[in-house]
Ligand binder design. Structure first.
Ligand SMILES: [Zn+2]
Length: 640
């Protein structure tokens, strides 16, 4: 861990002395934000792959039993459990060392709250309310403010705070419970959730109050999820400066400082330990206006998406960042691209986009959502990936419903419950005189823009076609600007209004802006020409993935297994299962010529190479639709 003297630290921060608890009198909440996301309750998905994924996720959420997830919370509070505990990370000895017990309940609370907001289904809210009432009962019984499900109750969090050797990642796990309560309040309006959350936050303040800055920083060497982000959210609820101060104390200087200076020191670091910290930095920038947070968040995003990501938007191998030159050495791993990392990169991207709505954020969001996230769920079982393997000829491996409970099972429950959260954004232009609607993603959906009395319906079969239609179902009395993303992958974006004139953008990676008075029934058609292209594996000149629009295509290599046979309990042994040797074809020819030799078969998003596959031609299908058969993502391209 980097050690900084106070002088070095203050110099690095470049923004005057750190503000101590209670000294921040008038935080500039959201002062820097340009756009606002819509509430999930304002967006409803229409038919398509995202709605289907959402429905599968909801089915899974309904199969889980809250009392089983609550088992150890009750035990630790001295109450009788109501049902046996679940397996996997929740109770089994194999994973006792990570101390993630109870993380699933936190994710589940977030997921059911998001699902309620996304669908309005009362059963989701009923479950949220039940879990919150149970947690409140546990909190009262334990009488410290802390609620937890750790196997040795408070022992490890006490060790960690006291600077003694501690087992596992207690703050990481507690963060999920904080976040679940926040989301129960945010999306279900639960007053008890807010009450339990604030008491939990007050416990966190009290339990860390005697730590010096150096002791706190040492504690942060252990993975702690998004504690800085969620404490900032608590502060936005309470306006209690102690909560903001704790959020800032949870900012890990050893990561914050180099990033804020534009130094990428990420090699070898655990990827999903870092990304949530950066989400917190950006969130805190939007609250406090401190440039150090902004600089760190922007640089991190640039360096990870620009130099550390695979074609699907995922990153890392065996959960760690590695040097760009080592991409070829890591390609053969079955443990590349942890799904939680993509989940958290999207949370960061969304915050950055709202503050600075440039199309490159939207492009990365689209890429990662349509590939890494949509592709993480098995459409047959609804189960989720942990690693998304780049190993040539490997297969997707999914969790089991009741015996795995990986981190990626938890973040996976959340992923498919919030597809509506980044399709549209709104803001103002012209010094607040004009309203603006941003269409960031092409996903079939209806938007109700309550503040402006506007309803927009987007119908599209994208990515199966490059066409989307926006219909102004209800128009506001006042005009608004409509901004439509022209993705960098499309050479042009043609927009027609009411079947007539419009405009064609040739500025890849921009927004087309339409300013006019809209009336009910107006229709905007968008055409985005899609074509195959090759994207090099970072650090190579002869290894490339085939990408069509934003969609990563993989070779369908057969050797199918039955749905369910690829569900797996232990994420640590991924790569040893379903590991039969598969012959992986190569491509022959000049890299630049190969896209012209990839022909559509007539089936949606299905292609076949024409004479360039060796030893034989290759059928290419979307990564997101691939399951139960072996696949290949990156191709060795040999001349001739
Ligand atoms: Zn994970």
């Amino acid at each position: 861990m980097t050690t900084l003297t106070r002088r070095q630290l203050l110099g690095a921060l470049g923004a005057g002395p750190l503000i101590a608890a209670g000294q921040l009198s008038s935080p500039r909440t959201n002062a820097a934000v340009t756009l606002q996301p819509f509430s999930l309750t304002d967006v409803r998905l229409l038919d398509g792959p995202f709605l289907e994924a959402q429905q599968r996720d909801e089915d899974y959420l309904l199969k889980l039993e809250p009392d089983r997830m609550l088992h150890n919370f009750r035990v630790n509070a001295g109450l009788e459990p109501k049902a046996p505990v679940y397996g996997g990370w929740e109770s089994v000895k194999t994973w006792e060392d990570i101390r993630a017990h109870g993380h699933t309940l936190g994710h589940y609370l977030t997921a059911t709250a998001l699902m309620y907001a996304s669908t309005g289904h009362e059963e989701m809210k009923r479950r949220v309310d039940y879990i919150v009432s149970e947690l409140e009962q546990c909190q009262r019984a334990a009488n410290t403010g802390l609620v937890n499900a750790f196997p040795d109750n408070t022992a490890q969090i006490e060790n960690l705070v006291a600077g003694r050797r501690a087992t596992g990642v207690p703050w990481y796990t507690l963060h999920k419970i904080f976040a679940g309560l926040r989301d129960a309040h945010r999306w279900c309006g639960s007053t008890p959730a807010r009450r339990v959350l604030v008491k939990l936050a007050d416990w966190a303040v009290a339990t860390t109050k005697d730590l010096t800055g150096a002791q706190f920083e040492r504690m942060l060497a252990v993975e702690h999820g998004g504690m800085n982000e969620v404490m900032a959210d608590v502060y936005l609820l309470t306006r209690d400066p102690r909560h903001l101060a704790l959020a800032e104390r949870f900012c890990h200087k050893a990561v914050l400082i180099p990033l804020s200076e534009g130094r990428d020191a990420l090699d070898g670091l655990h990827s999903n330990t870092q990304i949530p910290k950066i989400v917190g930095f950006e969130h805190l920038y939007q609250i406090t206006g401190r440039p150090v947070y902004r600089a760190a968040a922007e640089f991190f995003w640039q360096t990870v998406t620009g130099t550390r990501s695979f074609a699907t938007g995922g990153n890392g191998d065996n959960e760690h960042f590695f040097p760009i030159a080592d991409f070829p050495a890591h390609l053969g791993s079955a443990k590349t691209m942890e799904t939680c990392c993509s989940h958290n990169m999207l949370r960061l991207t969304r915050l950055l986009f709202a503050r600075n709505p440039t199309a490159s954020f939207g492009d990365y969001y689209e890429r990662t959502l349509f590939n890494a996230i949509l592709g993480s769920q098995d459409s047959d079982t609804g189960m989720m990936t942990y690693f998304q393997s780049t190993r040539p000829g490997y297969i997707k491996v999914f969790c089991t419903p009741f015996d795995s409970f990986w981190c990626c099972t938890g973040s996976g429950m959340e992923n498919h419950a919030k597809y509506g959260d980044s399709i549209y954004f709104h803001g103002t232009a012209g010094g607040g005189r004009r309203h603006a609607l941003y269409v960031n993603l092409f996903i079939a959906s209806t938007l109700t823009w309550k503040d402006n009395d506007v309803v927009v319906r987007q119908t599209t079969a994208f990515p199966e076609t490059g066409h989307a239609r926006l219909e102004i179902v209800r128009a506001a009395a006042r005009p608004f600007d409509l901004h439509i993303r022209h993705p960098a992958w499309a050479a042009t974006a043609a927009v027609r209004i009411n079947g007539g004139g419009g405009e064609t953008s040739r500025a890849r990676g921009s927004f087309i802006s339409l300013r006019r008075g809209w009336k009910s029934g107006d229709v905007v058609d968008i055409e985005l020409p899609m074509a195959p292209r090759m994207e090099l594996l970072p650090g190579t000149t002869d290894t490339a993935a085939v990408v069509y629009g934003p969609i990563v295509l993989v070779g369908a290599l057969g050797h199918a297994v039955k749905p369910g046979e690829d569900l797996h309990v232990n994420e640590r042994t991924i790569g040893t299962t379903l590991n039969e040797p598969i012959e992986v074809p190569t491509l022959a020819g000049d890299l630049a010529d190969i896209p012209g030799k990839i022909r559509p078969t007539g089936e949606p998003l299905t292609f076949k190479t024409d004479g360039v596959g060796r030893p034989s031609d290759i059928t290419l299908v979307p990564y997101y639709r691939t399951a139960h058969q072996h696949y290949n993502m990156y191709w060795k391209v040999r001349r001739g």
